[in-house]
Design a protein around this ligand. Structure first.
Ligand SMILES: [Mg+2]
Length: 363
């Protein structure tokens, strides 16, 4: 039995190089990183984590440290899916679909790290082994960038190995959003895949109007046009829109992902292993998408998702998010000609540089 001996929980507050802005979450000056280092009695260590946009990390830390850890000590780390169920029900009543999903993610990812290390396999093989790479795109958080900076930032991303680009929408007027879309399409040329993200800021009516105006610029998807809970609204948008719809970062139970796919009629589900209950939760959503004949995409934590996407036969696009968590690991994302490559080391392949993180320790 792979008995869990100890769990070390840490909260870091990591400053961003500059303030990043989107329509509904507003300004980001920091991201929070909550890590859980799970040690077995035989000495094996697994590392799991979640992150936030700057708020709520302390509550996630508390649930891991004071609610999950006491229950997990002495349990068998090999029973990952069973522990996932039991962790979720333990904190369901208070934290379901929010803090619970972030806290379970921290532990579940650590358990998968242990599972892969014990098997001597990299995560992409344990998650299906479809191939060792995935398509990737640059996800800008650039709503506040003036047009010239928006364009020069994209030029830098193209020079660093990106082929596909996403920008934020939600300016004061739709005319301004369309002007930015036109300028970016003109910059990147007609062939490259180009996504846009309204971060939940529009009404259903405004979203439909926007999709009709942006369609001539060949948009790959429109992300989160309206509030995440309005699944009937998403269906109305999807049916009227000439542009496919994406959603997922604000859906924090696997059941909500079902509603988005079946009822909301989205085309691109985007689960995030940091907020859907870790790798176990992410795989449930990815396989549900596969059965519904949909692709799977991701949000955030590219250093981990690269392996999950590489593993899945229905993978479409990995987001390379603007929170640089991967810069605090020993293997920042490997990207070439628009493709990201999964690590080959046994485990999740995400090894934090604890020395680099140390100065940002909060708890
Ligand atoms: Mg987004």
């Amino acid at each position: 039995m792979d008995k869990i001996k100890d769990i070390k929980t840490t909260l870091f507050r990591v400053p961003l190089a500059e303030v990043l802005t989107d329509a509904m979450h507003g300004n980001h000056s920091h991201f929070e990183l909550i890590t859980a280092r799970v040690t077995l009695e035989d000495g094996t260590e697994g590392v799991g984590y979640s992150y936030t946009g700057g708020f709520g990390g302390r509550a996630v830390y508390d649930v891991v440290e004071y609610d999950l850890k006491p229950f997990l000590i002495g349990e068998d780390a090999a029973c990952v899916e069973s522990l996932w169920e039991r962790m979720n029900w333990k904190i369901h009543y208070v934290a379901r679909g929010g803090i619970a999903s972030f806290a379970v993610s921290c532990i579940d990812i650590a358990l998968w790290d242990i599972r892969c290390k014990k098997a001597g396999q990299p995560l992409y093989k344990m998650a299906g082994g479809n191939r060792n790479w995935t398509k990737a795109y640059y996800g800008g958080i650039d709503l506040n960038f003036p047009l010239d900076k928006l364009l020069s930032n994209i030029e830098n991303q193209l020079a660093s190995g990106h082929e596909s680009i996403k920008i934020k929408l939600g300016q004061k007027t739709l005319d301004e959003d369309i002007e930015r879309i036109a300028a970016v399409r003109n910059l990147i040329g007609p062939e490259r895949d180009f996504m846009v993200d309204a971060n939940m800021s529009w009404s259903v009516e405004k979203a439909i109007k926007a999709t009709r105006r942006m369609a001539e610029y060949n948009i790959y998807w429109l992300e989160e046009p309206t509030i995440p809970d309005d699944f009937p609204g998403y269906a109305v948008i999807a049916e009227a829109s000439p542009v496919p719809i994406a959603q997922g970062e604000n859906l924090h139970t696997v059941y909500e992902h079902r509603y988005a796919m079946e009822w909301g009629k989205i085309s691109f589900p985007q689960p995030d292993a940091s907020n859907i209950g870790g790798i176990t939760g992410w795989l449930k959503v990815a396989r549900m998408a596969e059965v519904l004949n949909l692709p799977v995409c991701t949000h955030g934590m590219q250093e981990l998702h690269v392996s999950l996407m590489a593993g899945m036969p229905n993978a479409d696009y990995l987001e390379v998010h603007s929170f640089p968590i991967d810069q605090y690991t020993k293997r920042p994302l490997v990207l070439k000609d628009g493709l990201a490559y999964a690590p080959e080391t046994p485990g999740t392949g995400v090894e934090f540089d604890w020395n680099k993180l140390e100065e940002h320790t909060f708890l």
